[in-house]
Design a protein around this ligand. Structure first.
Ligand code: NAI
Ligand code: MG
Length: 501
């Protein structure tokens, strides 16, 4: 039962002694009202290392009664805790303190996150930097959330107040847990809300460590509650809770729809960051080396487990074969392995379920007549959820592997004739999260950017995120925009005040 004896195997290669120290104090508890508590049911679940299938830690499993406690704590903190009396300057300082603490614990956070979801340590380190930037960026907002004075009759004085929404339920996935948690929390806290955060059951350890840092920074009790548990139980209890004012969700489109349905009973505010099947369009005049490098990063980065993965690579007919050769080379150059093995560039997918899912898509691709030029099966490792980076050609845009989000290292390469064909095929999807365009023809680049139905378009680059730019989906890739000034609107509401003079 106890996870400890095998921890040296489970967390093999971790260098920061505090990583093991954190994992040893298992079972991990829930953060409710400023205290670490077991689940009321006493239940726990195992958090695994997907590279070796060993248990990293046991984690308290939140049930509906824990969610209810957490929501009560968040409500109390919002209505009459010290949080509600803090000045904007104090909120700024607090968020900067959190950013500092993340920086100071950089290695431990990267290791925990990498162990839990399988990402090679370098990738996890990059996401720690993003977490620091998120808290730093949003720390600037509390002092810049303005209302307006409005034109009014001579005997009236009218103004608006921009106020927080209240208790925010936040539900996040496992593909970049520290960044997802930091993103959601920074949004909510900079705008004065309180939070019940449900991390994904596959990778919640780093989020629990972040919870410790929030307390260390001085976030008052009840302002942030962290409740790991399973989606259909803890997640559903949160999204159905009548005293939650907003749900912010990142994950699959299917679950996003469930969350939107659940919001109806009490008309919660909802923001959704969902899946994608993003077109990455390579014109014949593209600068070939960087186009190939980014096409490869776009689909193989994080083992393809990215909402913005460029999973449909459209290549102009003239350069198709040459481009495919380059992509295959780059796929083959990946070294699969565990988080800390030297030279490893690709980790496993996160879980057995995802492993079977991704391999199922690969089989579907083959049976629909696509050709796997490289990869096309599980990795050679005896343990762990490895998938070989796979490049499919002979793909038609109506095949399953070109329509559904695979969330694995599986590229579907599709030829196109001309600009119009690229746009029509690129837009022929239920998703609309992102798109990439490679061409040296500047006016074509802008024309195509306008015609693509996607929330983010990258020209001669891919997967660049900047928190000063809004991020979100067209079509079934989501609702609302995170990052930037637009996110501030999404976490606040406007009050109109009329004064008779
Ligand atoms: P999911 O969308 O079901 O899970 C994401 C989060 O939602 C987790 O915290 C989960 O516990 C929670 N959740 C699940 N069911 C819920 C419910 N009924 N009510 C409230 N919360 C719920 O995704 P899952 O099952 O982990 O992965 C399946 C597929 O979803 C992947 O293969 C991928 O295609 C897609 N996905 C997309 C992500 C993205 O960023 N675009 C992230 C994660 C998954
Ligand atoms: Mg795990």
């Amino acid at each position: 039962m106890a996870a400890a004896p095998r921890l040296e195997i489970a967390a093999q290669g971790a260098k920061d002694p505090r990583t093991l120290e954190f994992l040893r104090s298992s079972p991990k508890k829930l953060l409710i009202n400023g205290k670490w508590v077991p689940a009321r049911s006493g239940k726990t679940f195992e958090s695994l290392n997907p590279a070796n299938e060993e248990v990293l830690a046991e984690v308290a499993e939140a049930g509906p009664e824990d969610i209810d406690e957490a929501v009560k704590a968040a409500r109390k903190a919002f209505e009459d805790g010290p949080w509600s009396r803090m000045t904007p300057h104090q909120r700024t300082k607090l968020l900067l303190k959190v950013a500092d603490l993340i920086e100071q614990n950089r290695e431990q956070l990267a290791e925990l996150s990498s162990l839990d979801n399988g990402a090679p340590i370098m990738g996890a380190q990059g996401l720690v930097t993003s977490a620091v930037e998120l808290f730093t960026y949003f720390a600037g907002w509390p002092t810049k959330i303005f209302g307006e004075t409005n034109p009014s009759a001579p005997d009236m004085f009218n103004y608006t107040l921009r106020e927080p929404l209240g208790v925010c339920g936040q539900i996040i996935p496992w593909n970049g847990p520290l960044m997802s948690a930091s993103n959601k929390l920074a949004h909510a806290l900079s705008t004065g809300n309180t939070v019940v955060l449900k991390p994904a059951e596959q990778a919640c350890l780093v989020v629990l460590r972040l919870g410790e840092l929030l307390l260390e920074a001085g976030v008052p009790e009840g302002v942030v509650n962290i409740v790991p548990g399973f989606g259909p139980v803890a997640g559903a209890a949160l999204s159905n809770h009548p005293d939650v004012d907003k749900i912010a969700f990142t994950g699959s489109t299917t679950t996003g729809k469930e969350i939107l349905k659940a919001s109806v009973a009490t008309l919660k505010h909802v923001s959704l960051e969902l899946g994608g099947k993003s077109p990455h369009i390579i014109f014949a005049d593209a600068d070939m080396e960087p186009a190939l490098n980014f096409a490869a990063i776009g689909i193989f980065g994080n083992t393809g487990q990215a909402c913005i993965a460029g999973s449909r690579i459209f290549v102009q007919e003239k350069i198709h074969d040459q481009f495919v050769d380059g992509l295959v080379q780059r796929a083959k150059a990946h070294k699969l392995g565990a988080q800390f093995e030297p030279g490893v560039t690709m980790g496993p997918v996160v879980s057995k379920v995802q492993h079977q899912r991704v391999l199922g898509y690969i089989e579907a691709g083959k049976s629909e007549g696509a050709t796997a030029l490289t990869g096309g099966g599980p990795g050679p490792q005896p343990k762990g959820y490895f998938v070989q980076p796979t490049v499919f050609t002979q793909v038609r845009n109506d095949m399953k592997i070109a329509r559904e989000e695979i969330f694995g290292p599986v590229a579907a390469v599709i030829p196109f004739k001309d600009e119009n064909d690229a746009v029509l095929q690129g837009n022929d999807t239920t998703y609309g999260l992102a798109a990439g365009i490679w061409t040296r023809d500047i006016s074509r680049a802008h024309k195509v950017a306008r015609r693509l139905k996607a929330g983010t378009v990258w020209i001669n680059c891919y997967m660049v995120l900047d928190f000063t730019m809004p991020f979100g989906g067209y079509k079934q890739s989501g609702q609302g925009r995170e990052f930037s000034n637009h996110a501030i609107e999404m976490y606040t509401q406007m009050k109109s005040v009329f004064v008779k003079l």
